[in-house]
Design a protein around this ligand. Structure first.
Ligand SMILES: [Zn+2]
Ligand SMILES: [Zn+2]
Length: 384
């Protein structure tokens, strides 16, 4: 029997847009009753734009209507598969956020992912799974490591610590110069500085699995940020801040702050998922607690499941989003993408145009099986 020749089927993308009437901090209210909704069938590359609450599709090569905001671009590869991408590669092109709420399986996190809850953003700094793994506490702008004072023995013996006002430096408790202060307040014992930091950070050993919030501290006099690590004479690197051992699997989430006013909240959430689910929200029971009106009481959860960290939305009012890093292949299963106050739901309709042509039923079923199989193997968001 001859192999069945499968004619390429025309595909179409169905796009349903919902726009929140209010324009507030780029938020979309998933509980709003009055949304501006529109449905489009897209057969060729298009750019989606918004003018006030009006969403439109325009041809790729057409100029944009006055006053409209480009949202996203639908592209086509090899005249067949449809992809969704940012409008342009320039940095001021709108960021696309995948809506986790709509996804039944949640989002499998990878290091570097940016998560958005309401108005708050977090960066996934580290996903620790191996038994040996411990959190890397460095923030981007914090100094790396500092070394013990490089004075000779005699000079050190006569040097005072600015905290305890005692002199002398030992291997176990060296005098270090952790900031930009000079003169009589330049030196401090590692032990004395740790004692001071312990009081400021309020990290206790009693939390389950060794979870804590770490923030870089600055010298109160010269305002320089203290280094994260101290190297001793044998070039062993130890954290300046004494932190409890964290039980893997654990996640390190960085607070991404919007402006200098929020600078005090900069820091890292280190949370062990060894025997619990991580809760993010406004409620007191949250592991990552955010006291803000854009955050629901129990907003989102991260669970460790079969070697993977899975982010789930808990029907939050303003949604749980993950920044899209690259173009995404559109599939029969809809994907929801948010840009400011608009959410677009996109999916391909592989059998578009074939209506009820029953004669084509057999090859169509076959092609669908092949297609779904290909899609399942090549899902761009599912790589390890
Ligand atoms: Zn001291
Ligand atoms: Zn200083």
């Amino acid at each position: 029997m001859d192999p069945v020749e499968i004619p390429p089927l025309p595909q179409a993308v169905q796009v349903v847009s919902s726009t929140w009437a209010r324009d507030s901090h780029d938020l979309f209210d998933f509980e709003a009753h009055h949304l501006h909704t529109k449905t489009f069938t897209v057969l060729q590359p298009m750019v989606c734009v918004r003018n006030d609450t009006e969403v439109m599709m325009i041809r790729d090569n057409m100029s944009m209507p006055m006053g409209s905001d480009p949202l996203l671009r639908i592209t086509q590869k090899d005249d067949r598969s449809f992809w969704v991408d940012k409008v342009s590669t320039s940095t001021n092109s709108k960021k696309l956020w995948r809506v986790v709420r709509a996804s039944s399986t949640g989002h499998h996190l990878t290091e570097g992912d940016i998560i958005k809850l309401g108005r708050f953003k977090f960066k996934v700094r580290q996903l620790g799974t191996s038994q040996m793994a411990q959190p890397e506490l460095r923030l981007d702008d914090a100094n790396g490591a500092c070394c013990p004072a490089s004075l000779d023995h005699e000079a050190l013996a006569a040097t005072l610590c600015r905290i305890c006002l005692l002199e002398g430096s030992t291997e176990e408790d060296p005098l270090i110069t952790p900031c930009l202060c000079k003169g009589s307040i330049e030196f401090v014992h590692l032990g004395c500085l740790r004692y001071w930091i312990r009081g400021r950070l309020n990290i206790t050993d009693s939390t389950s699995g060794g979870s804590y919030f770490y923030r870089p501290l600055a010298c109160e006099l010269c305002k320089a940020i203290y280094p994260t690590y101290v190297t001793n004479s044998s070039t062993e690197r130890v954290p300046l801040v004494e932190v409890p051992r964290t039980t893997p699997p654990f996640i390190v989430l960085e607070n991404l702050v919007r402006d200098s006013q929020q600078h005090a909240s900069r820091g890292l959430h280190v949370i062990s998922l060894a025997d619990k689910v991580l809760k993010l929200g406004r409620g007191h029971e949250s592991d990552v607690r955010i006291a803000d009106v854009s955050i629901s009481r129990c907003h989102a959860m991260i669970r460790f499941n079969q070697g993977s960290f899975v982010l789930e939305d808990n029907d939050s009012k303003f949604g749980t989003l993950v920044a899209m890093k690259k173009a995404r292949l559109l599939e029969p299963e809809a994907v929801s993408i948010q840009m400011g106050r608009t959410v677009l739901s996109l999916n391909v309709q592989p059998d578009h145009g074939y209506g009820c042509a029953s004669l084509l039923q057999a090859p169509r079923t076959e092609e669908r099986a092949i297609r779904l199989n290909l899609l399942a193997r090549g899902r761009p968001d599912c790589e390890p």
